[in-house]
Write a protein that binds this ligand. Structure first.
Ligand SMILES: *Cc1c(COP(=O)(O)O)cnc(C)c1O
Length: 431
């Protein structure tokens, strides 16, 4: 598969180049030349296939020219090493639990897959790779764990000081080795801007081989389409009209769902569920795309004012109507918190704030539409226990496979200042 830039259709580069570069020079986004439709026999057998078998079929066309199938299989086996259960919360409403990985969030999957790809690519690379990632919380911890100990790759994570949960901060600041965490005095958008500026900085790129791990990287974005295939394997063959509600921030997850659909997965409709950062729902309503500074909410992994995958969504809907396939809704923190309480009272199911936004979107859509609904539960409620425990007045135990680290924090505090950041990059090295 070759990749072009959403800003330059004539570009044609390999998966390896697209993975290493992260972003094209023209500030667009890499996009596959083709979204291949998989064989009917694959779909006929879907229910018999394991997640890793599905991933091999789905991801093969995008990566196999660059990563030999045996290596790709190894990466896939490491990536999809935990369950993606589908839980019926109430009649025709299912929670696709994507939070059973090491950092309890769906980003574990994309991060692990990208780490595997980069680890393979870096074997032949003359310069050590440096991954830069801006995070509003979950990306950072997932990337930190996905890359921890990977030999030829250093990781620098930027997060907005005081704006992520203690648990998230602990997960990325206590690892050490090849993982460096920068606490930036600013917002998530400031962190993202520092990273984006660094990628476009020729002087810096002459000295360092930088690469991205945000959802903009094709090796993070594409594997997310597997969630949707996996959900179908749990639903009866007889079910018609399956709709997915995706709690969204940067829209990587929802965009990957649209990729799955265009590969032939029979998804009937998508619901773009957002918190107060309602840029995409507003676009769907008015046709106007108006990015703006992000607003802090209790579903903070979705506090994004300029969703980075929006251009990919436009690309996927070049020949069809986004409005016919995607409905957008936005919910306040009060609605999100009240819904956590009412779903617990009614169904004894504990939502996290992001899943709660997804649930609300689904419920609203189902008021006027007949369908079986799946909402993506993107984080374990314990990751947002400050919110969930207060609303429900109970204690959520941390799953046994994720013990809080007792190691000291190794975070480095930094002003929101580009030259401080580049000085640091040029002089830092892993411990
Ligand atoms: C990142 C994240 C989201 C948003 O996903 P996007 O792909 O950026 O839209 C939702 N929920 C949680 C818990 C997340 O970490």
């Amino acid at each position: 598969m070759k990749y072009y830039s959403t800003k330059n259709k004539n570009l044609s580069i390999s998966a390896t180049e697209a993975i290493i570069k992260g972003l094209p020079d023209d500030n667009g986004l890499f996009f596959p030349k083709e979204i291949p439709v998989l064989n009917k026999s694959f779909y006929d057998n879907l229910h018999q296939l394991s997640t890793t078998e599905i991933a091999t079929e789905v991801l093969g066309p995008y990566f196999k020219e660059d990563i030999p199938s045996i290596e790709l299989e190894k990466i896939i086996n490491k990536t999809f090493s935990f369950n993606l259960p589908l839980i019926e919360v109430k009649k025709d409403v299912f929670s696709l639990e994507l939070f059973h990985g090491p950092t309890l969030a769906f980003k574990d999957i994309g991060a692990k897959f990208l780490a595997g790809c980069l680890n393979y690519i870096a074997q032949d690379n003359p310069k050590k790779l440096k991954v830069l990632v801006a995070t509003s919380g979950d990306t950072g911890s997932a990337v930190a764990h996905g890359f921890y100990g990977v030999e030829n790759v250093d990781v620098v994570i930027l997060y907005p000081k005081g704006k992520i949960s203690e648990f998230q901060e602990m997960q990325m600041t206590t690892l050490g080795k090849n993982i460096i965490a920068l606490s930036i005095d600013g917002t998530f958008d400031d962190c993202q801007k520092l990273v984006k500026t660094a990628f476009l900085d020729d002087k810096l790129n002459n000295s360092l081989q930088l690469t991205s791990a945000n959802s903009i990287n094709i090796a993070r974005f594409l594997p997310q389409s597997i969630y949707y295939f996996s959900a179908f394997t749990h639903l009866s063959n007889k079910v018609q009209d399956v709709v997915f509600s995706v709690p969204s921030g940067n829209y990587g997850n929802l965009t990957a769902g649209v990729v799955a659909q265009q590969m032939g997965l029979p998804i009937a409709h998508f619901i773009a569920s957002s918190n107060a950062n309602d840029i995409v729902p507003k676009y769907l309503e008015t046709g106007l795309y108006t990015p703006r500074p992000s607003i802090s909410t209790i579903s903070n992994a979705m506090d994004v004012g300029a969703p980075s995958n929006f251009e990919r969504l436009l690309e996927l809907f070049r020949n069809s109507s986004m409005n016919e396939m995607v409905t957008g809704f936005s919910f306040s923190d009060i609605e999100t918190a009240e819904n956590i309480a009412s779903v617990y009272n009614e169904c004894k199911y504990i939502l996290d704030p992001h899943g709660s936004v997804g649930y609300l979107g689904l419920e609203k859509y189902l008021e006027n539409n007949e369908a079986v609904g799946v909402f993506l539960e993107t984080a374990h409620p314990v990751k947002f226990k400050e919110v969930v425990e207060k609303v429900l007045d109970l204690t959520i135990p941390i799953p046994v496979h994720v013990k809080p680290s007792t190691n000291p924090s190794l975070k480095i505090e930094m002003k929101n200042n580009y030259s401080h950041f580049t000085d640091f990059l040029l002089n830092s090295r892993s411990t």
